[in-house]
Design a protein around this ligand. Structure first.
Ligand SMILES: Nc1nc2c(ncn2[C@@H]2O[C@H](COP(=O)(O)OP(=O)(O)OP(=O)(O)O)[C@@H](O)[C@H]2O)c(=O)[nH]1
Length: 519
């Protein structure tokens, strides 16, 4: 029972230890994985914000560059406007104006051409080598815009294909008015889309990164590295126009480009002077792959660390299981040893047949009782008991029955109403003894008489007994002494009780005699 309990305890302990190790292990792996993931996440966020910063800076510089390009163009147009408006009353000198235009164009590499159309859209002057005949430009967007708009401001329009050369150009127009603000035609400068194409090609960008120049109405003027088919595309569905530009002139963010449906990290800037916007977008997937490549070492280190922890955890777990197994085996070995010790100790002090104290224990206990009695000046009594005609019982009923009879007698003696300090022992063979510390003759006689009666009450048949009851009986002799300093010794007390027993036998058996009767 005790053994099972201690095994159960060991089992519960080992289970909780394994649970603790597993929990600590999982927590450690989770902590390392969490810290690594958090570090990577923070690093990626830092990369994104740096990229946004770069995108804003690129957009700003390109917006400034576009602004300069348009400003130079505006200054040229203003100069031409002054000349044309000064000649309106006398009639515009087309060839001279064309010459001025050629000189101006020569100074500005972005210019594709300069033109003046009168109020009906007829070509009056151009920087081109010759004025094409029969072409009318009154249907162009810029012409209609300037005719209907009294504001004296330049108007960059959506990209068109030049009617003179077929090139893609950005038209920048300025109204010509007379003194009464009457419409007197349109001055037009066309800026080569190729100018921006060449300029944007100087920047090192990824294959899927974009740099886009747009008008404020969201139409594309040029988008690098997209083909020309993207020019003129309307991007009003982009978050750039639907959210960002409504409350900021420059900024950044991540969104899916309306241009081609790819997710990018954007920076954007709009011109303060002209309705122009530049956006630089870095492909999120490309950036992530580049970032991941640069972090391969960190990822490998984190994975290696987690691997080491997992391996260590498995090793510790195995060691713990092994030592727990050893511990459990040791516990059960200890239990078995304890049990064996108990058995040995019982065997050393107990009689194997009757389980009463044996002769060795009898001697020890009687010595102890005598020493104690000597110290306290109290008496010690001893009752010696011998079964009557037991040889005959064995002869009659056999040795096995004799053993059983002795066991029943021992049980009955042990069941007598005795004090906790009294001791019943098997003295030897069919002889028993009762040590009664603190008992006088009277007490000892009572116990001996009770013992005789108890055996009689067992009614064990004994047909070869000389006694008329033909049942097993006992004879008992008792002696009580207050031990003096020099005696009595154990042997003396035993001898006294033995003499009384001999007297009881002599007196016919089945009776109790005291040592006082033998004197
Ligand atoms: N069955 C059995 N018999 C035992 C045991 N120990 C001693 N005896 C027997 O007890 C008998 C004792 O016989 P005796 O000493 O002659 O005494 P008795 O026959 O009882 O005669 P009285 O004492 O004079 O009445 C012997 O025959 C022993 O063999 C035992 O452990 N088991």
């Amino acid at each position: 029972m005790i053994k099972r309990k201690s095994r159960e305890n060991a089992g519960v302990m080992s289970e909780s230890l394994i649970k603790s190790i597993t929990l600590a292990w999982i927590l450690l792996v989770a902590a390392v994985a969490g810290i690594s993931a958090w570090t990577m996440h923070a690093d990626w966020n830092e990369t994104v914000s740096q990229t946004e910063e770069t995108a804003i800076n690129l957009s700003l510089s390109q917006a400034r560059q576009a602004e300069d390009t348009f400003l130079q163009t505006e200054l040229s147009l203003r100069e031409l406007q002054r000349v044309v408006e000064g000649q309106l009353s006398t009639g515009v000198d087309g060839p001279a104006l064309s010459q001025t235009m050629r000189e101006l164009q020569h100074r500005l590499p972005q210019l594709h051409g300069l033109f003046y159309y009168d109020a009906q859209g007829k070509w009056i002057a151009t920087s081109a080598a010759q004025t094409p005949a029969g072409i009318n430009n009154s249907d162009r967007e810029y012409f209609i815009y300037q005719r209907n708009n009294l504001r004296n401001s330049i108007h960059p329009g959506p990209v068109i294909s030049s009617r003179s050369t077929g090139d893609l150009v950005i038209p920048v127009s300025l109204r010509v008015s007379d003194a009464y603000h009457g419409f007197q035609g349109v001055l037009l400068a066309t800026i080569k889309v190729d100018y921006f194409r060449r300029f944007y090609s100087y920047y090192e960008m990824g294959k899927r990164d974009v740099l886009v120049l747009m008008l404020a109405d969201s139409s594309v003027l040029y988008a690098r590295p997209m083909p020309d088919s993207y020019i003129g595309k309307n991007l009003s569905s982009s978050p750039l126009f639907s959210e960002k530009l409504s409350h900021m002139s420059r900024g950044s963010g991540q969104w899916t480009a309306a241009l081609d449906g790819k997710k990018r990290i954007f920076g954007f800037a709009s011109s303060d002077r002209y309705p122009l916007i530049v956006a630089a977008g870095y492909d999120t997937q490309d950036l992530f792959m580049r970032w991941l490549k640069s972090r391969v070492q960190d990822v490998a280190l984190s994975l290696a660390l987690i691997g080491i922890i997992v391996a260590l955890g498995i090793y510790v777990m195995r060691q713990a299981q092994r030592s727990l197994r050893y511990q459990s085996e040791l516990t059960s070995l200890r239990d078995e040893l304890k049990k064996a010790n108990n058995t040995l100790s019982r065997m050393a002090h107990r009689d194997a047949l009757t389980n009463l104290a044996n002769r060795r224990e009898f001697d020890r206990y009687l010595d102890e009782a005598l020493t104690l009695a000597r110290q306290r000046a109290e008496p010690v009594a001893l009752v010696m008991i011998d079964i009557d005609f037991f040889k005959r019982f064995n002869d009659t009923y056999g040795h096995v029955a004799g053993d059983a009879c002795l066991q029943r007698i021992a049980y009955a003696l042990n069941a007598l109403p005795l004090r906790s300090t009294d001791l019943v022992a098997r003295y030897g063979g069919e002889e028993f003894a009762i040590i009664l510390p603190g008992a006088d003759n009277q007490h000892a006689k009572a116990i001996a008489t009770n013992a005789a009666a108890a055996i009689r009450e067992l009614h064990i048949p004994h047909r070869s007994s000389d006694l008329p009851s033909q049942q097993v009986t006992l004879s008992a002799g008792y002696a009580a002494q207050i031990p003096a300093d020099e005696g009595p010794t154990r042997e003396a007390l035993i001898a006294q009780a033995d003499r009384a027993l001999y007297f009881a036998k002599q007196s016919g058996r089945n009776q109790v005699k005291g040592s006082e009767e033998t004197v």
